[in-house]
Design a protein around this ligand. Structure first.
Ligand SMILES: *Cc1c(COP(=O)(O)O)cnc(C)c1O
Length: 358
């Protein structure tokens, strides 16, 4: 018999045992499911004072970079890999812009399964590639973009005994609903507005379902407006047609034909929100603002949520949550390209004082 959340010891050091144990009653698991967890979830919801002042609202940042492999992908992966283990799977496979492969590799290693990942050649951030390799995945760089890689992966189970752990796997979406549960648990109710980057559109689909299910279970009284943001060069939902060659510096949302397209448009229309585009310049400006003003170093794709909030604005004093989907250290090349690395100085006081202008 599993305990409910209220049965557990409470207090400042209550152990967090991963999101399956925390939200078991909302997830597709039973006592027969072997839980494969790295204690993901339970990420900070950080108040953002300078951003709040800038947009005239009360803004919180959901820091998904604090998950075990540095992105929200761990939320869905703990459920997908646990279910694959329950089914006796020996191998999992995914197509990935990077973070899914990092997460799949880590959880598969924990479960003792083989993992293969297909990534678009030359368009994956270095930190993510390093993670997939270091956790022991078979990494295939394919000559094509994410959408092409996903098409191949979708068909693989017809040819070989593998389980697909992309977000077309419904267990991924189920696990990702827990982000919404945590927000409601911390704020006491749903926010007015929920801002989120949109790539393959699994996450916006999952958050909306999460808000709906948590309200239906009596944990909240209202629902947020769902605001999804794509990068201008990879904005199929905004344009209303797939993008053949998506382009953006935000590689995690460089997707031309989202698998959960309908989930995103449904979340937007049912909630009275919308899906909009932000330019790479707007994304980078939000990325730098978050790092220098809020001390949060997130991925470029993550900053699309804040870029969208700044661009569109919200009614005064709204309570807003922006999901920052991944950690900035995933893509050190991008960070460095935004800055000038200073030259070395002599190791003596005079040179240091002079260089500091003191
Ligand atoms: C996967 C990912 C996204 C996009 O999420 P979707 O569910 O594909 O819309 C955004 N940001 C980061 C950092 C990601 O890893």
């Amino acid at each position: 018999m599993s305990e409910t959340r209220s049965d557990r010891p409470s207090g400042p050091l209550r152990p967090w045992r991963g999101l399956i144990e925390e939200y078991r009653e909302f997830l597709p698991v039973t006592d027969a499911t072997p839980v494969v967890t790295l204690h993901e979830g339970g990420t900070p919801l950080l108040f953002a004072p300078r951003l709040s002042e800038r947009v005239g609202a009360e803004v919180f940042l959901k820091l998904e970079g604090a998950n075990p492999t540095g992105s929200f992908k761990d939320r869905g992966m703990t459920v997908a890999i646990s279910k694959a283990a329950e089914e006796g799977a020996q191998a999992v496979v995914c197509a990935s812009t990077g973070n899914t492969s990092a997460s799949a590799a880590a959880y598969a290693a924990r479960a003792g399964m083989a993992c293969a990942v297909l990534i678009p050649e030359g368009h994956i951030a270095l930190g993510k590639l390093a993670q997939a390799l270091v956790h022991g995945a078979r990494v295939l760089q394919v000559r094509g973009n994410f959408d092409v890689a996903l098409e191949i992966v979708r068909d693989l189970p017809n040819r070989a005994p593998v389980v697909v752990v992309n977000s077309i796997n419904p267990h991924r979406i189920a696990g990702q609903m827990t982000g919404a549960f945590e927000i409601v648990d911390v704020l006491g109710d749903a926010p007015d507005v929920h801002c989120i980057p949109v790539g393959n559109a699994g996450n916006i689909t999952a958050y909306w379902r999460g808000y709906l299910e948590y309200k239906a279970a009596g944990h909240s009284t209202r629902l947020p407006r769902m605001m999804g943001f794509q990068a201008e060069g990879a904005a199929p939902i905004v344009n209303g047609a797939p993008v053949e060659s998506p382009e953006t510096i935000a590689t995690a949302i460089r997707i031309g034909n989202p698998a959960s397209w309908f989930g995103a448009t449904a979340a937007a229309s049912e909630s009275g929100g919308g899906i909009h585009a932000v330019s790479d310049e707007e994304i980078l400006s939000a990325y730098r603002f978050l790092a220098s003003e809020e001390s949060v170093f997130c991925e470029a794709a993550s900053a699309a949520s804040v870029a969208g909030l700044i661009k569109l604005g919200v009614p005064e004093s709204s309570r807003v949550v922006c999901v920052l989907t991944g950690h900035g250290l995933k893509d050190p090349d991008l960070a460095i390209s935004q800055l000038t690395v200073p030259p070395a100085v002599d190791a003596e006081m005079g040179a240091v004082l002079a260089a500091l202008g003191l």
